[in-house]
Design a protein around this ligand. Structure first.
Ligand code: SF4
Ligand code: ZN
Length: 303
């Protein structure tokens, strides 16, 4: 049984699934995330959140004949971690039969993340593993989703992810990055930008985990990314969870604060900022995109 401490309601298995799906469908309608005809490319890591999103959209596509669902798995090349989550995706997908593509850092950038981290350290570059990982992953998701013919890219960011990133940006004084967290991004901002949606933005990590568990989507044995300890996100996650425990509804309030701020920042400002990378031709907020800047620094791209 699951007890939602915000709306003070208890749910059995069946009612929880109904509650969860109803809530996500409402989010999709509220933010007009999907039209009648879509090729939805789901960004999948093989972990519980992205498997829950893939399963949910696959289930919804059975009732919406205009929706086609594919999966895009980015293999960063993190030994002892990513091979297990990809195996979990393949295990679950035997049941779903969703068409998929695995795009690896090795194939597209010539190095695995493990090799990039090693090379970065050797060259004395100041970046943490998650910085390379996030930039290269975002880059590949957009590029490959477009190559797959996707009309929309769905990511599994939930309420916890968004409020954590919100606080991280506040703490780092990087408010310009907040627009990226919005429920829908990339509308008409660049011809090469695939529209992105976050259908799970109004459900919590806990609710997503329960949904994944109830539908048999969780990997049999949990594996953690070996670079996670370097990520400040995990400290912020702990802090927000403690606040939520003491005062249920804190995450909801933080999400609403974020949404109010992003409304004030305005979509127009974001549209004006998107340029085209001089090196690779992909959308970028600088003359040379972050991925190409990293590649130059790592010696895997000529200046
Ligand atoms: Fe990538 Fe960092 Fe997440 Fe590991 S913890 S998958 S390195 S972003
Ligand atoms: Zn570039």
């Amino acid at each position: 049984m699951y007890v939602n401490r915000v709306n003070k309601t208890a749910y059995c298995r069946q009612h929880f699934i109904e509650y969860f799906e109803r809530k996500v469908k409402k989010t999709i309608r509220k933010y007009r995330m999907l039209g009648k005809t879509e090729h939805i490319v789901v960004a999948v890591s093989g972990g519980k959140d992205s498997m829950a999103l893939l399963y949910f959209l696959w289930k919804m596509s059975k009732k919406n004949p205009g929706w086609r669902v594919s999966a895009l798995i980015v293999d960063e090349g993190i030994r002892g971690y990513r091979e297990y989550t990809i195996a979990n995706f393949l295990r679950v997908n035997e049941r779903l039969g969703v068409p998929y593509k695995i795009a690896s850092f090795k194939e597209y950038f010539g190095m695995t993340l493990d090799e990039i981290v090693e090379e970065g350290r050797r060259r004395g570059l100041p970046y943490l593993p998650c910085a390379y990982c996030g930039v290269f992953r975002r880059y590949l998701l957009n590029k490959v989703a477009r190559e797959m013919g996707g009309t929309v890219l769905a990511t599994a960011h939930n309420m916890d992810d968004v409020v954590q990133t919100f606080i991280m940006n506040l703490a780092k004084d990087t408010l310009d990055k907040l627009a990226r967290l919005a429920p829908v991004t990339g509308i008409a901002s660049h011809e090469k930008f695939v529209r992105r949606i976050k259908p799970f933005i109004e459900v919590t990590e806990k609710e997503t985990s329960i949904y994944a568990l109830l539908n048999g989507l969780i990997e049999p044995e949990y594996h953690k990314c070996p670079y996670a300890e370097f990520n400040v996100r995990f400290k912020i996650r702990k802090m927000i969870n403690e606040l939520e425990e003491a005062q249920p509804g804190t995450k909801n309030s933080l999400l609403n604060s974020y949404l109010s701020i992003v409304r004030l920042l305005g979509e127009k400002r974001q549209v004006g900022e998107v340029k085209t990378c001089k090196i690779c031709g992909e959308p970028s907020s600088h003359d040379v995109c972050r991925a190409c800047q990293f590649r130059i620094g790592l010696g895997i791209l000529e200046k």
